[in-house]
Design a protein around this ligand. Sequence first.
Ligand SMILES: Nc1ncnc2c1ncn2[C@@H]1O[C@H](COP(=O)(O)OP(=O)(O)OP(=O)(O)O)[C@@H](O)[C@H]1O
Ligand SMILES: [Mg+2]
Length: 457
Amino acid sequence: MKRNKILVVDDEHLIRWSLEQNLKKQGYEVVTAGSGEDALRLAREEQPDLVLLDIQLPGISGIEVLEKIKDYDEEIIVIMVTAHGGLETAVNAMRLGAHDYVSKPFNLDELSIIIKKALETSDLKREVARLRTETKKSVPPNIIGDSRHMKYLMEVLDKVARSEASTVLVQGESGTGKELVAKWIHYSSNRAEKPFIAINCAAVPATLLESELFGHEKGAFTDAKTTKKGLFELADGGTVFLDEIGDMEMGMQAKLLRFLEDRSFRRIGGGRVFTVDVRIISATNKDLQKSIEEKTFRNDLYYRLQVIPIFLPALRERREDIIPLATHFIEHYNRDFNKKVQGIAGMAERMLLDYNWPGNVRELKNVIERAIILGNDETLLLEHLPLEIVAKASPQAGAPMSGFRLPPEGVDIEEVEKELIRQALEISEWNQSKAAKKLNLGIDAFRYRMKKFGYLK
Ligand SMILES: Nc1ncnc2c1ncn2[C@@H]1O[C@H](COP(=O)(O)OP(=O)(O)OP(=O)(O)O)[C@@H](O)[C@H]1O
Ligand SMILES: [Mg+2]
């Protein structure tokens, strides 16, 4: 087990020395500082778990040191040491985030109990937080789909998750599941218990993005009122998901590239170099090759990011996934809205299968959500689908008529006619005049064909 580190701050040499001896005997690692300035430096360099801080110090006061330490890292426990009668300052210190206080002269046994309890509480807090995130989301999300594409994808994802591969680039149209894939990789890897932090590079202005990623020191710029850790630091041991990386501004791309070289960085306005262990999964729906040609994306960064490239095919390229996904979303929204939809009616299913899904899985999910809210039936019906899906669905996905090709062996034109009549009827929900219009036929000519093919008595 890791030994806890304690920083002892007192201007009296003898007190420092006796505390150091005593605490070391109890198994702690101990560093000492004789002034507030040294204390602040050591708080950064040594990353102690706990600081025993004398309120009365020459130079910057103990209270100021406390504030700065808390700005720097809120999790460091600070126990104040007050001179006899300094109760008011002690209370003030507690308000500023001190964990507890002891008054001088102190009893070493009492002090060691206070320290032990404080460290235990903070371990406990951390454990509770860890368990909470764990039960919430440390299982990988469900990825639905058994098309050839998705089966292959799952094999790749499985390998990536178990590997040490530190940079992954996920490409695909909007709504194809890029973020879902990123989460799956994280929560299936041995990083699952560490943070998964996502940031949308397109939504954050370039200047802010740098401080979001790398953090900043207090005073680094006008708005930097406190020290702030960046995402790379916060996600140490875990995964950072850089969404919409294709929209990252060129200057920031250079900084990211530098970070990726050895995973080390400085906070803005800071001198200390931090090195972290984070997996970077980036995603984009842009064609980065094209961006490179257009000189809006760095070639070298592209190669860095896509050590493992993953492509998510559009939903229309894997239509076998449509019904399994729809069924999955029906179950999901049944639970949300307390409905009992069991299946999809034939015609509705056909429309879902024929539609082109420009918004991919996200669009399908929204369509199902709407259908479940609207419908009160056991099955999902055509009338619950949005008009544009019914109107735009076509077997050739909007291809012009010239897209029809006569196969070499030929076809029976009657069969084709029959099939077209049937499709027109289905699309129009068996409304004859609507169906006739779709084939540019008069109602009589249409009804004549319906009879001929046995759709009408
Ligand atoms: N294979 C899948 N199985 C289950 N749900 C999926 C699948 N693919 C996508 N989804 C769901 O569809 C929605 C859109 O997915 P996601 O946000 O990952 O897409 P994206 O590619 O990041 O889109 P964008 O480029 O617009 O950000 C999410 O609710 C996600 O859970
Ligand atoms: Mg996304």
